[in-house]
Design a protein around this ligand. Structure first.
Ligand SMILES: Cc1cc2nc3c(=O)[nH]c(=O)nc-3n(C[C@H](O)[C@H](O)[C@H](O)COP(=O)(O)OP(=O)(O)OC[C@H]3O[C@@H](n4cnc5c(N)ncnc54)[C@H](O)[C@@H]3O)c2cc1C
Ligand code: SF4
Ligand code: SF4
Length: 438
């Protein structure tokens, strides 16, 4: 009975080391790891031991016999992956890398600014060293960053990763300092004076603005704001949403755009029709195939493709062709994917009433949601080191890309640089510094 990885995989590779026959790929260190949309189990070599199930923080792995009809494409996706990348060498990894030890005795204090997944993975990596204590600071009263306020409420298994983040925070040497905004409540200089090293894990969670006329009208909402609203973020000012039965346009065609389409047609908002607009073709759209499988499998919503599906015989092309053939049923909410549809203008006088596409097509809408990525200001760094004593990790380091699990290998890289600097004795903390941080 082979096992199958499903949509909620966040690519943290915890399962890889648990597998006794090395049949989960791409593994860390192999080409494609970090960019892969998810990890895949090779059905032809999986011995069905179930060890990976226990290792997975997202509950993403299931035996093939429990897959629903809508989840079956995940089997085909894995088969397609191994046809292209056979991974001929299956020497069991049982990768337990030798634990690095610090040469200097410490004790060391490290501040991690940001309690999202990247900050907590960094803390976890640091706490493998008993000489190091870690304070994780966040301006919010509740930790976990976008895992709490970004990940869609219906991605329940993905949200399970919070249990892993909670376990990290229970380790000796870990301390939270929540409700503390670095830059406002405490200065960067103060932190630098009081800690041996400071790691910025502050993310990049401001929505990128749609750069067309009308984009600032009321009735245009960023996807992250809507995601925060749907997750009950107490810090969010009230969002003015249209009543149930409305029409919505979502600009953008990444995974977050698909999250928005599900959310808007779901019971929380109750939209009648959501049109998801991709600037370019469906074959190059940013959404991942696992998320498309999840969307196509919705039972209470008609999901359709407006236009020709891309050519090809792969799982993605087959799914899109299936969506193009579907016939909508009267009275059901509808999600329509439309590609080659760049938006030229948001239309409306006092409030957005629709969009006009570059080819002149007009689409009416009671709400326009922008899901075109995030604002991000770059900081120069070398593998996470900005300078000795100051580091970046996660979205603050790589920009807004990758999955939750991508932040784990990202944190390992940054912490390796930090440990090198601690070993080299730079910079020296002012041991006489008196804590002024509450
Ligand atoms: C809407 C949305 C849905 C997503 N869904 C998924 C999904 O289903 N699966 C998946 O794998 N990935 C998903 N992602 C991506 C995933 O959330 C990110 O990869 C991940 O959260 C990035 O982690 P981070 O720690 O770098 O940043 P964040 O999670 O943004 O954490 C940053 C933290 O820093 C804190 N902070 C910022 N500035 C300061 C300051 N000055 N002082 C103190 N604290 C500060 C913030 O309060 C926040 O808690 C989604 C992203 C978005 C936006
Ligand atoms: S069930 Fe066992 S053999 Fe199969 S992928 Fe999981 S750990 Fe590997
Ligand atoms: S979430 Fe992690 S442990 Fe689970 S299947 Fe994906 S890579 Fe493996």
């Amino acid at each position: 009975m082979p096992y199958v990885v499903t949509q909620s995989c966040c690519s943290d590779a915890s399962c890889v080391v648990a597998c006794p026959v090395n049949c989960i790929h791409p593994a860390p260190g192999e080409p494609g790891f970090g960019q892969a949309e998810m990890l895949h189990i090779d059905a032809s070599t999986c011995v069905g031991c179930g060890a990976c199930v226990t290792a997975c923080p997202a509950g993403a792995i299931v035996p093939d016999v429990v897959l629903s009809e809508e989840e079956r494409p995940f089997e085909a996706l894995a088969a397609e992956y191994y046809d292209t990348f056979p991974h001929a060498d299956r020497t069991p990894v049982a990768l337990v890398p030798r634990q690095r030890r610090l040469r200097r005795r410490g004790p060391f204090r490290v501040a991690v600014v940001g309690a999202g997944p990247s900050g907590l993975y960094a803390a976890d990596e640091l706490l493998k060293h008993p000489e190091v204590a870690v304070d994780v600071i966040d301006r919010r009263e509740a930790p976990h960053g976008l895992v709490r306020y970004g990940v869609a409420p219906d991605h329940e298994r993905t949200r399970e990763v919070a249990r892993l983040l909670e376990a990290i925070a229970r380790q000796p040497g870990f301390r939270y300092r929540l409700g503390l905004d670095v830059g406002r409540d405490v200065s960067h200089e103060q932190l630098a004076g009081e800690y041996d090293a400071v790691v910025h894990a502050t993310g990049a969670s401001a929505d990128r603005r749609l750069d067309v006329p009308g984009a600032d009208l009321p009735g245009v909402v960023g996807a992250t704001a809507l995601a925060r609203w749907s997750n009950g973020d107490p810090d969010l000012p009230d969002l003015e949403l249209p009543p149930a039965g409305s029409r919505v346009v979502v600009v953008g065609a990444g995974n977050v755009a698909l999250d928005m389409a599900r959310l808007l047609t779901g019971p929380l908002v109750g939209a009648r029709q959501v049109v998801v607009l991709g600037r370019r073709g469906a074959d190059v759209a940013a959404f991942t195939t696992p998320e498309l499988i999840g969307l196509a499998g919705l039972r209470d919503v008609d999901v359709l493709l407006d236009g020709d599906p891309p050519a090809g015989t792969g799982v993605r092309a087959r799914l899109l062709a299936d969506l193009a053939r579907r016939v909508p049923r009267e009275g059901r909410p509808r999600i329509v994917l439309k590609f080659h549809a760049p938006v030229a203008e948001v239309v409306g006088t006092t409030r957005a009433s629709g969009v006009r596409l570059a080819d002149g097509t007009a689409l009416d809408a009671d709400l326009v949601v922008t899901a075109i990525g995030h604002e991000w200001t770059t900081v120069e760094h070398d593998r996470g080191r900005v300078r000795p004593g100051l580091y970046v990790v996660g979205w603050a380091k790589r920009g807004p890309s990758g999955f939750i699990g991508t932040n784990k290998s990202c944190a390992e890289e940054t912490v390796a640089m930090l440990l090198d600097d601690l070993d080299a004795g730079v910079p020296e903390r002012r041991r006489d510094a008196v804590s002024r941080i509450r």
